[in-house]
Design a protein around this ligand. Sequence first.
Ligand code: R5P
Length: 288
Amino acid sequence: MIVPGASSQALAAALADELGEPLAAVEYDRFPDGETLAAVPAFDADRAVVVATTDSNDAWVELLQLQDAVREAGASEVVTVIPYMGYARQDEAFEPGHPVSARAVARAVSTGADRIVLVNPHEESIADFFDAHVTVCDAAGRLAEPLPDDLASPLFLSPDSGAIDLAKATCAAYGDGDTDYFEKTRHSGTEVEIAPSDADVAGRDVVIVDDIVATGSTMSEAVAHLVAGGAERVFAACVHPLLARSARTKLERAGIERIIGTDTIERDVSVVSVAPIVAAAVDAVEAA
Ligand code: R5P
C-alpha cells in the first residue's frame, strides 16, 4: 500500500503505478487549534510505503502521523520515502547553541520506520543521522529527459564545486556536452556571490544543475553571469524545485529560458518524475 503525504500525492500515485500497488485514500484534516490530522483507511497489506516530502513543519508532523497510523492499521513493515527532506541544510550546529536540526528530525522519523528512502538529500552524510536503514537515490540523471534534443554545444554547470556530480550525471544522461562549475560564496540566506568559471559560454546552451532552488539567489546569480557572457539559452535544472518567496521572479528577470524540476516537490515546473528511481530503491530495500 502506497500512503501519500498531502504534499506528495502526485508522486505517490506515480509510485503506486510503478510498483503495481494500491494507493491509500488518506484523509488530511486540521483541528480548530491548527493541529494536523492525517488518517489512513483500513487496509490489507503487510507493507506500507509512506511517501511524504517534508517541506513544512506540518508536513513533518503529518509524516509522523502517517507512520503511526499505518502501524495502527496493521502494517508490519513501514518504508518511509522522503522525496525532499526539509531541514537537511541544517546539518550542523553552525553557531553555539544551534541545533543539528537535520539530526533531530531524522531521529524522530526513524522511530516509525523500518527503512527510509531519500532522494538527493542536501548531503549524503545526512543518512547517518537516521537510526533506520537508509537508501539514497540520485535523480540528477532524470533532469536530462525534458531538455530539448537540439542543445547547441551544451555546457552543464553547477553553481558550486559541491554540486558538480549532479551536473556530470545530467550531462551523462543527456549524452553530449561539457561540465564545469562556478565558485559560490554565500553571505546570507538570500545573498550569494558567484565567481564565473573560465568556460567560454558565448553562443552555447547552458544547463545549470543544482540540488535545490530555494530562494533562487544562487541560480539567478549564475544565470545573470551566463547571459552576460553571451550564452544562447540558459536552463535551470534542479532535483527539488522549492521556489520559495520570489525565486521565480528572480530567475525570470535574470533571463532564464526554462526551469526544470522533479516531482519531489510538486510545482508547475516538476516535469519529470522520480517515481522510477524511488520504485527501484523500494524494491532494492525489499531485497535487502
Ligand atoms: C546549497 O548548497 C544548495 O546546493 C543550493 O545551491 C541552495 O540551497 C540554493 O539556495 P537558494 O536558491 O536560496 O540560493
